[in-house]
Design a protein around this ligand. Sequence first.
Ligand SMILES: C[S@@+](CC[C@H](N)C(=O)[O-])C[C@H]1O[C@@H](n2cnc3c(N)ncnc32)[C@H](O)[C@@H]1O
Length: 254
Amino acid sequence: MVARLRAAGSVFAEDEARLLLAEAATPAVLEELVARRVAGEPLETVLGWASFCGLRIRTAPSVFVPRRRTELLARRAAALLPPGGTAVDLCCGTGAVAVAVAALASPGVLHAADLDPAAVACARGNVEPVGGAVSEGDLFAALPGTLAGRIDVLAVNAPYVPTAAIAMMPPEAREHEARLALDGGSDGLDVHRRVAAEAPGWLSSAGVVLIETSRPQAGSTAALLAAAGLEVAVEHDEDVDGTIAIGRSRRMEP
Ligand SMILES: C[S@@+](CC[C@H](N)C(=O)[O-])C[C@H]1O[C@@H](n2cnc3c(N)ncnc32)[C@H](O)[C@@H]1O
């Protein structure tokens, strides 16, 4: 098994073999899992789970696999959430960020949403058991209207890869994750633009929006939040190589 995995390009073939062995109930299932991995499917979707902030998150074929760099977004979202506050994971994929926020903080309301039905189904399996709700739809249109003006922490890991750069991504992502999860438009910022424009109307008076971005795109993502009237900051974590832009509401209560 190790030789087959290595020949297929796996750098950590021994570790992968150990994980696949632990997951397979029978030799026939093991063979099926190894064949999927050798065909290039991400290890996490073959296993059916990914590790994120020390938690096991259920994965599903074609649904974006949570990345280590996104742990920065989840940890900062949890740290900024007041006890009993309202947290939303927009563009939730598996719902990994929402699950981590539930584990690291004490949300009173937890909501996740995504446009992709496969992601929504996967997120329901992860987020509902920790007390959250998941809905399907285009960005804020998926959220219940009752959340407008009430979100304390809005965590967003939307697609931000420029369309032309998708061809340079590893085949695991390019061929096995939904295009909708990756493609951020010509400069990668199409979804960030829409999130920044609409976020202020959804945040509570002291609410914050956190958007994962890349180091080269961070200034542009932050500028979009500033143009929407938010007070902005950019944070980077070397350990996980994560970058986020944060926008704080400056709305005065009447
Ligand atoms: C980069 S993935 C991130 C998934 C998850 N937040 C994570 O960190 O693992 C982006 C997600 O955004 C979703 N998405 C893309 N465009 C969307 C839109 N207009 N409205 C809602 N979700 C969208 C995709 O389906 C995908 O699940």
